[in-house]
Design a protein around this ligand. Structure first.
Ligand SMILES: NC(=O)c1ccc[n+]([C@@H]2O[C@H](COP(=O)([O-])OP(=O)(O)OC[C@H]3O[C@@H](n4cnc5c(N)ncnc54)[C@H](OP(=O)(O)O)[C@@H]3O)[C@@H](O)[C@H]2O)c1
Length: 304
C-alpha cells in the first residue's frame, strides 16, 4: 500500500489516519459517563475536552493550575469539572486524586494526555529527569491513586508516541533516571513515552480477569504547543509545511478518544494504537519483566 493510500484508507476499526475525534464519536451518547483528561487546556487535551463534552460526557479537566483548567472547562461548556494537577509536583497530583475521591466522582475513563517534549537541556524534578518525572511518574501517581474510582468497565489511556522508539537501547535506564550520566532531549522524551507504554501494559496485566482496560496510543504528529522546546527552524518549517504532512488537533485527538470510549476498543487491553487501530510498537514496549521493574521503581519514587 502506498503512503497516500495508507493516509486515505481506514483500518479494521473503520477509522484511520484522517479520522477526527468527532467522527469516532459520531452517534455516540456519552451522557452519564465521566472521563478525566490531563492537560485539558491545550492541543489534543483541549480537543478531547471539547468533543467528549459535546457528546454529553462529564469531563474532569486537569491542568497545571486551576485557573487554566477553569478557563478550558468554561469554554467547553457542559458540566466539566476543573482541577489542578501539576504532574511534576506529587503533592499537586495527590491533591487532585483527593478531590476526585472527595467529590465521589466515578471515572469511566482516564486519558493521561499531558506531557512535555524534548527539553534541550537536562532539567530535573525532585531529583529525576523532568520528562520521565512529568510524563511517567506524575501519571503513575495519578492513575494508581484513582484506580478505586474506575468503574467496572473503566479504561485507562496513556498518550504515548511513536517517539518511544527513540528511547535508549536499554529501554529504561534505571541507573540514569536523574539524567546525569548522559542526557539527550529526544532520548529522554522517548524513554518517558516508552514508560507510558510499559505502564499501560503492566496495568493491563493487573486488570486481567476484569472488564477494565489499559492501552497506549500514538496520536500522530500534530503541530501543538508541544513543540515549544524544539529548534525554532524546525518549528517554522512545521508551521509552513505542516498542513501538507501533519494531522490537525481534531485528527490528533481521535485515537485517544477511540481507545477511551468507542465500543470497538472495549475488549482490547495492553495494546498500542495508532490512527485509531491496533499498531505495533518497539519490541521491548511489550516486555513484562521490564514493565514490572518499572512499576516497582515507580512505586518507590512515588513513596519518597
Ligand atoms: N503533538 C504531537 O505531535 C504528539 C505526537 C506524539 C505524542 N504526543 C503526546 O500527546 C500528548 C498531548 O500533546 P499535545 O500535542 O496536545 O501538547 P500540548 O499542546 O503542549 O499540550 C500538553 C499539555 O500538557 C500540559 N502539561 C505540560 N507539563 C505539565 C505538567 N508538569 N503538569 C501538568 N500538565 C502539564 C500542558 O500544560 P501547559 O499548557 O500549562 O504547559 C498542556 O495542557 C502528550 O503526551 C504528547 O507527548 C503528541
Amino acid at each position: 500500500m502506498s503512503l497516500i493510500q495508507h493516509l486515505m484508507s481506514n483500518g479494521p476499526s473503520g477509522f484511520g489516519y484522517g479520522s477526527t475525534a468527532e467522527e469516532v464519536t459520531a452517534g455516540l451518547s456519552l451522557a452519564g459517563k465521566c472521563i478525566l483528561v490531563t492537560g485539558c487546556n491545550s492541543g489534543l487535551g483541549l480537543e478531547a475536552l471539547r468533543v467528549l463534552s459535546l457528546r454529553g460526557a462529564r469531563v474532569v479537566g486537569t491542568a497545571r493550575t486551576v485557573e487554566k483548567a477553569r478557563a478550558a472547562c468554561a469554554d467547553a461548556g457542559g458540566a466539566a469539572v476543573p482541577l489542578a494537577c501539576e504532574l511534576s509536583e506529587p503533592a499537586s497530583v495527590r491533591a487532585c486524586v483527593a478531590a476526585v475521591i472527595e467529590q465521589r466522582i466515578r471515572l469511566d475513563a482516564i486519558i493521561c494526555n499531558a506531557g512535555i517534549m524534548a527539553l534541550p537541556r537536562l532539567e530535573k524534578g525532585h531529583g529525576f529527569e523532568l520528562q520521565f518525572f512529568t510524563n511517567h511518574i506524575g501519571h503513575f501517581i495519578l492513575v494508581t491513586g484513582l484506580l478505586p474510582q474506575l468503574t467496572e468497565n473503566g479504561r485507562v489511556v496513556m498518550l504515548s508516541s511513536a517517539a518511544h522508539a527513540m528511547a535508549p537501547r536499554a529501554g529504561i535506564e534505571f541507573d540514569n533516571l536523574a539524567g546525569e550520566k548522559s542526557y539527550s532531549a529526544w532520548g529522554a522524551y522517548g524513554q518517558s513515552k516508552l514508560a507510558n507504554m510499559l505502564f499501560a501494559g503492566e496495568l493491563a496485566r493487573r486488570f486481567a480477569g476484569t472488564t477494565k482496560t489499559a492501552n497506549a496510543v500514538h496520536p500522530g504528529v500534530i503541530s501543538t504547543n508541544l513543540g515549544r522546546h524544539m529548534n525554532p527552524i524546525a518549528v517554522a518549517s512545521m508551521a509552513l509545511f505542516g498542513p501538507l504532512f501533519l494531522k490537525d488537533a481534531a485528527q490528533g485527538a481521535a485515537t485517544g478518544i477511540y481507545a477511551a470510549v468507542h465500543a470497538g476498543a472495549a475488549n482490547i487491553s495492553g495494546a498500542y494504537f495508532a490512527d485509531c487501530n491496533v499498531a505495533k510498537a518497539r519490541a521491548d514496549a511489550y516486555d513484562a519483566q521490564l514493565a514490572g521493574r518499572l512499576w516497582e521503581v515507580s512505586e518507590k519514587i512515588a513513596a519518597q
